[in-house]
Design a protein around this ligand. Sequence first.
Ligand SMILES: [Zn+2]
Length: 509
Amino acid sequence: MKQWTALFLVMGALFTILFFTSDTFADETVTPTGEYVNLRDGPGLTYSVVGTLDAKKEATVLSTEGEWYEVKVGQQKGWVASWLVTAKSSEADVDAKADVIVATTDGLNVRSGPSIQSTVIGKMNAGVEAKRTLERDGWSYVTIDGMDGWVSNDYVQVIAANETDEPKQPDEEETTPLPTDDTFFVEVDQLNVRAEASLSSEKVGTVKRDESYLVLDRQDNWVQLALPNESKGWVYAFYGSFASDAPKQADDALVITTVADGTNVRTEPTTDAPIAKRLSAGEQFTVQREIDDWYAISVGGETAYVASWVVAKPSNDHVPSADKKASIPGTLNGISIVIDPGHGGRDRGTTGARGTKEKDLTLRTSHMLADKLRAAGASVHMTRESDVYVPLRTRAAVKDELGADAFISIHYDANTDSSIHGITSYYYHDNQQALTQTLNDSMMEAVSNNNRGAQFGDFLVIRENSADSVLLELGFLTNVAEEQLLTTTAFQEDITRGIYNGLLRYFND
Ligand SMILES: [Zn+2]
């Protein structure tokens, strides 16, 4: 009982500090991942560009909203997209905004602290939602049924705050009135109109492609339209354009280049939308518009959408050669492979008994594996090349967007029982089992670690993925002896050679 009281006092103090101290983000800065990033006057791509932040310049984070950072550089303030910058923080990562998380596994432990050493105080079953008010070291602090505790981010899926928020009450002080001559053009076949600026709000009608409406108000990424018969309603602003936006598109036209044969373009800016066409490597397109992390491009006279994370921008991306041959025995020529280094950025993954960070080791292994695969002729795409945060759904979508042949997610394991050690290879769908088994067998020929075998595992990056996607847990960082072995160059060489040999065997047979 005393421990609980102390815990709540500490939690209470923590919350007070986090939510009522103005310098919560004082130690956090962001730098552009590419050559520059636009500063906008609000947290969305529909807001005007007010300046740019150049490469290597650091901007101080003032606040966050959804996937956007409000930053200050010199005297200038503005908003930057989180997926275009790298955040640095000297403090534990903190999300002041409440997200909703969903457990992805049954019996998920809820603990008294953000560590597998902390006491289990409850359980969550798969599909159960909880509100997350804090995040640190790969753990989420959640409130569920009046109980508070920590759950590992490895077993939850985050629903962005703007998808779940209660409809917001218009706030007179915060709402900026817009020029009344602003017009919204609908750019999708059909768009739902809602009573409030929220996806959970009641649907009150639809608008159609090429129709245009007077803009009455904007909130976050929503726009309120004046509709016929003096009615009005809210639509999601990404699915259209504004008359006042038009001129700024012209001078800084972005040209993108496809990097793989079979790159999907879709009818809507989402991986759920039908595929309009598959592109070959090396094709170039001028970007008409950016919608979240999708580009609108013109393909055969029709507007279609390609994911920004699967194409090369001229500024900072390496464009691989376009030739793609059939696989030749003994090589990986013509095979394209996505490597997914687990965790990254604010998501540290597990931390080893001796302090090894999972996110660092997965990246090291992935680079080494990529080198081996490229040397054998494979075309390799990594879901991250550096210490950055990439959402799980983005990672899971890369293989199909690229039309790649295999997806390999690299992780290191953890357990409260520090005696547990060994390598486990996970599949989710039946059509992932053969590759998983082949890689597991091949790794076991290359190293002498304990073999935990090929198993079913409910991980988002393989569950929401297609055939030949696997997740490899290459050993337990919570086992002191294994942690030491895993970090050696000898082990890294052996395990990546094992994976490489498995891929060779799988694609050559
Ligand atoms: Zn992991």
